[in-house]
Design a protein around this ligand. Sequence first.
Ligand code: 6PG
Length: 240
Amino acid sequence: MAAALAWHEHATPAALAEALAGAVARTLDAAVAARGAALLVVSGGTTPVRLFQALSRKPLAWEKVTVTLADERCVAPDSERSNARLVAQHLLQNRAARAGFVPLCDDGAEPAAAAAAADRRLTGLAWPADVMLLGMGTDGHTASLFPGAEGLEAMFAERDGAAVWPVAAPGAGEPRLTLAPRLIAGARFKALHIEGADKKEALKATLARAAPPFLPVRRVLEMATGEVHIHWAPRKDSRA
Ligand code: 6PG
């Protein structure tokens, strides 16, 4: 394992959200102080809602922060499955309403064309990202790096290729776009946010394997250098 894994276990999702939001805000603050701007990359799904709400209230120079996505589902912008919509509703609110947002998907664009357009937009951002917030599915995907996705090996092999890739995978639900593993793994501060016993077990199982095949989440952790913070809490304030 290339990255050192720092585990943080919290009693409740609310405690996790507050602790991780505090760490992210301090990191963004330091980035703005050091470089005059900060790049925050977030994931979608359902888990980050509380975290986004807590982060949106943190006092910092949000007008100097650019937010973008680790992945996006190619759906209409008003779909409940749109990660851009999730970010607009829960993160770009309160104090964080002053942050800039760079979307991945263009409405209605076919995935390959959307990936090419997103690639052009994201290439103009200041990499490495200051903060990368990742989630994970129980199948071991992170961002939209799904087990069995077409072209997954090329995405992991690429060291200076496209920033954004189109994804078609059996478990993905709809066509998606994902950030390249190298950009995910190369972020200055990396956190994996998981809730529920099932996700912890799935992560521990792939980490415990002695030999490949490894699930995408483990492959990203292997590619990462420095530390990756893993924040876990039981789901819905229970011990499940
Ligand atoms: C997405 C993601 C994805 C997500 C996990 C966890 O858009 O689907 O960015 O990688 O983090 O699927 O999703 P849940 O939080 O819904 O379990």
